[in-house]
Design a protein around this ligand. Structure first.
Ligand SMILES: Cc1ncc(COP(=O)(O)O)c(C=O)c1O
Length: 425
């Protein structure tokens, strides 16, 4: 497709392959990467190659990536330091009868970096760790119930998956209670009504839910939650799978000023290598060791070597500062472009994990339109999931994206053709 003499992207090969995949794989591409969650045909479906903050799809289109593999890519795809550390370990050993010494080194590194951590436990995915943490909390307290925040995502285990998804029964969730985000009184009340029965409270560090605006904790929320947990002897679990290592290398609780008992990490911890970690206070260590939790590949040494190198590189590159700066540049630029085109944009969340909404756009119609238009011009944005910055995003990349955004905003305006967003739906 040509517009102003510049080609916009098409995704014919992606769609063709997806049609075939749908006959071979349930859902074709399932879960959070399912293209059916976005407007079909408006986004790439398959990656061909990736480097730094960019990747190419199988149609040969190149994108500056603002999803970063939905979080894991934090130092750039194909980062030579991380891949070098992984390769050096691969040459020695990966999946064998025993863990490598790197497992102990990695545990030591996390204990050094994360102020609340006295120990660390490893698995593969974020959902492994949120389930492990709740089991450890139950083993520690000898209680059954877990309080969660409505809308917070902790993985796909039935205890935390919404009733209505295939195979999940009401019984799976009978010990999972829900409170609203930022509702300290509601949490206090629930803890009181279930006194002696609540093993854990688990939540993301702030409200970053799909489709919604990202909401930061209200003043006093986390310290209030922490106090109630101490009084009621409830284990406080921070699910830092998504935000971890983008806001503070000591855990996002350090950014928001509170001390959980357990923290679950994954995504960014290995820069794309499959690994997750749960760290905890020493009081929880005996209970944590009583939980039977393992997997065939959990002790593999290569992802551990990659994670160790990632944590060191995050420190060496002043990663948190850089991602915040790049994210702010991006958001300020998008808001300014919107203003010039008469479309008010409301950013939300911390700059390193930003998201935007257009004003008066409850159905996210404008987000869909804008994100598909900007993606077609070379910067990949998701229309209803928060975005991610990485250390590999330089000022020059953000500026190129703002050029894509300028053209995309013009396309949005012309699609609206003078109508209000509501009329255009
Ligand atoms: C906050 C949070 N917790 C847990 C998970 C589950 O992690 P995984 O998909 O690696 O199992 C995710 C994944 O997006 C997440 O964002």
């Amino acid at each position: 497709m040509k517009e102003n003499g510049r080609k916009t992207y098409t995704y014919n090969k992606s769609m063709e392959l997806f049609e075939k995949a749908a006959t071979l794989i349930p859902g074709g591409i399932y879960g959070h990467m399912s293209p059916t969650a976005m407007v079909p045909g408006e986004y790439p479906y398959y990656t061909a190659e990736a480097n730094g903050c960019r990747y190419k799809d199988i149609d040969g289109n190149e994108f500056i990536d603002y999803m970063c593999a939905y979080g894991p890519m934090v130092l750039g795809y194909g980062n030579p330091v991380i891949d070098g550390a992984a390769e050096a370990q691969r040459k020695m050993a990966d999946t064998t009868n025993h863990p490598g010494p790197v497992m102990v080194e990695l545990a030591e590194k996390l204990v050094d970096m994360v102020p609340i951590a006295d120990w660390a436990f490893f698995a593969k995915n974020g959902g492994d760790m949120t389930t492990y943490a709740t089991l450890a909390a139950r083993a520690h307290t000898n209680r059954k119930k877990v309080i969660t925040v409505r809308g917070h995502y902790h993985g796909v285990a039935p205890w935390c998956t919404s009733y209505g998804h295939g195979g999940v029964t009401a019984e799976d969730r009978q010990n999972t209670l829900q409170v609203e985000w930022n509702d300290l009184d509601g949490f206090r009340q629930m803890a009181k009504e279930n006194r002696g029965e609540i093993a854990a409270f688990i939540a993301m560090p702030y409200h970053h839910i799909t489709f919604g605006r990202q909401e930061l904790p209200a003043e006093g929320y986390w310290t209030g939650v922490e106090k109630i947990c101490r009084e009621e002897e409830i284990v406080l679990i921070l699910d830092d799978v998504r935000a971890g290592f983008r806001l503070n290398l000591g855990g996002s609780n350090e950014y928001f000023g509170f001390k959980p008992d357990l923290i679950c990490f994954s995504k960014a911890v290995g820069n794309g290598y499959p690994i997750s970690a749960c760290v905890g206070k020493k009081e929880l260590m005996t209970a944590a060791s009583k939980v039977f939790f393992t997997g065939s590949f959990w002790m593999s040494a290569v992802p551990m070597a990659a994670a160790l190198a990632t944590l060191e590189e995050l420190e060496n590159t002043e990663a948190v500062k850089k991602m915040e700066k790049s994210g702010q540049l991006l958001i300020d630029g998008l808001v300014e472009i919107g203003q010039r085109h008469g479309l008010e944009i409301n950013p939300s969340g911390p700059p390193a994990i930003p998201f935007i909404h257009f004003c008066d756009d409850p159905s996210l119609y404008l987000n869909q339109l804008f994100c598909s238009e900007v993606t077609k011009r070379g910067s990949f944005f998701h229309p209803h999931h928060n975005w991610f910055l990485s250390v590999a995003h330089d000022e020059i990349d953000i500026k190129e994206t703002l050029n894509h955004a300028e053209e995309a905003m013009k396309a949005v305006k012309s699609a609206l053709d003078g109508k209000s967003p509501c009329l255009a739906v």
